[in-house]
Design a protein around this ligand. Structure first.
Ligand code: GLN
Length: 447
């Protein structure tokens, strides 16, 4: 704990942590030390973990990096975090992110931007950019992020760490401040596949507070990392032919596929004509869900309330106008538009149908193949400001991560070399729903 506290201090300019629980982390460490001496310590004894600012932790502030939640204190603890604490993990602090998880660069934060430790003039990715940098820069052993459309995998790729999004419903969402409820997943950043697997197996499993959480039994992923079979791997032709794909990323992805082939695995190219529909589908459905989820922030129940109101209606309007950032407002407007009476069928219903097609395609493909491999991102970490006045260019950054999100299947990003500027490249591996054990074992094999 002292080691990480020291690092957090010396690397404070990266702006990864927004709050450090110094006192309680040190106290917890003392207690766990005693438990270790007595032989009754939990499975995560002493593991130091940071949490994204969208996860509630009783008695602590949670802002979702938004002004509208400034001053808001959590009344209860996220189930996933409680399970980590019950196994003697140490929660060291709260981590910066894009406002309500909306963004791909961590530039949309009321706490300010986070710097990529590999090159401080570049973004760390988003929305869980701070969580990625916290692991990258040794500010904690493991961090929690959330992944709605790539927010764990994309920043993991940009910072050269391991980032896992499990199957939708594998981890309870109780305590997670909602962005798009049918997509949101808590995910894990770590340096190694093993740490990642261990933390996931402890957080996963049914929770009576989240009726959508799965009742399927959880396997001890961290003990099942041995991989000795021959795998069937698909790669999607269109993902490697995209004109926006940085050549070095293509080269490194192909090199992994070639290596796997040489090691006796079956590697096959598959057509994926739906690729161009994934981003529009994702952004229609998530903005619709976000518009609805964020209606609760009205100045009455949580956090910020405008001091400038003169009646109830202006209190609502001004609180929301002053409290939400620009990107969040854009999405609330988009979401409200696609849900409006005249456009509901043309956009929202249509997008739901396309989601079903994408999900069916992906799940069927994963019956024939064990894994799908593709790049995690079309480019490596870009410079600050590069996409900030072009939302569509920013949305295109999510090209490869949204398939797993729209389909609900698990996906992991693994470090896969660097580009000519020394920026990390990510490799994405996708498996079928609830195949986390197989996904981790294969990741451990290729990592
Ligand atoms: N960049 C994507 C978005 O802005 C993904 C965000 C996320 O996964 N939370 O929606």
């Amino acid at each position: 704990v002292k080691y990480y506290l020291q690092n957090i201090q010396t690397k404070a300019h990266l702006n990864a942590f927004v709050e450090v629980y110094e006192q309680s982390a040190l106290e917890q460490a003392e207690l766990i030390d005693q438990k270790l001496t007595n032989g009754n310590a939990g499975k995560l004894a002493g593991m130091v973990i940071g949490i994204k600012d969208v996860l509630c932790y009783a008695g602590h502030e949670a802002n979702a990096s938004s002004k509208i939640l400034s001053g808001f204190q959590s009344q209860f603890t996220t189930t996933a975090i409680q399970r980590l604490i019950d196994e003697d993990a140490i929660i060291i602090g709260r981590i910066n992110c894009d406002e309500f998880g909306m963004g791909s660069s961590n530039e949309n934060s009321a706490h300010g931007k986070v710097l990529n430790a590999a090159d401080e003039s570049r973004v760390p990715g988003g929305s869980s950019g701070g969580s990625a940098v916290a692991v990258q820069a040794n500010l904690c052993t493991v961090s929690l992020g959330t992944d709605t459309g790539g927010s764990v995998r994309q920043p993991a790729a940009f910072t050269g760490v391991v980032g896992m999004k499990p199957t939708y419903s594998r981890i309870s969402r109780w305590g997670l401040i909602a962005y798009a409820s049918s997509f949101d997943c808590i995910g894990v950043f770590s340096k190694t596949v093993k740490d990642n697997a261990l933390v996931l197996e402890i957080m996963a499993g049914h929770d009576e507070f989240d009726s959508t959480s799965s009742r399927k039994p959880v396997l001890p992923y961290s003990e099942l990392l041995h991989f000795d079979k021959k795998a069937k791997i698909a790669y999607l032709k269109e993902t490697l032919e995209s004109p926006s794909l940085q050549p070095e990323i293509k080269t490194n992805t192909l090199a992994v596929l070639e290596k796997l082939k040489n090691e006796g695995h079956e590697v096959e190219e598959v057509d994926f004509p739906l690729l161009k529909y994934i981003l529009p589908t994702y952004y229609i459905l998530t903005t619709a869900e976000a518009g609805s989820n964020l209606s609760r922030f009205d100045g009455v129940k949580y956090g910020y309330r405008t001091p400038n109101a003169h009646n109830l209606e202006s209190m609502y309007k001004l609180t929301r106008s002053e409290g939400f950032g620009e990107e969040v407002k854009r999405r609330i407007m988009l979401g409200t538009f696609v849900l409006s009476a005249s456009y509901y069928d043309a956009y929202f219903t249509k997008a739901q149908k396309v989601r079903r097609l994408i999900k069916d395609f992906t799940e069927n493909l994963l019956k024939d193949f064990d894994y799908i491999i593709m790049p995690t991102t079309p480019s490596t970490a870009f410079k600050f400001g590069e996409h900030s006045d072009d939302p569509v260019a920013m949305y295109l950054e999510d090209l490869y991560t949204v398939q797993a999100s729209v389909s609900g299947v698990p996906a992991i990003s693994l470090p896969n070399g660097k580009d000519a500027d020394g920026m990390p490249i990510g490799l994405q591996v996708i498996s079928n729903s609830f195949k986390e054990a197989e996904l981790y074992a294969f990741s451990n094999y290729i990592a």
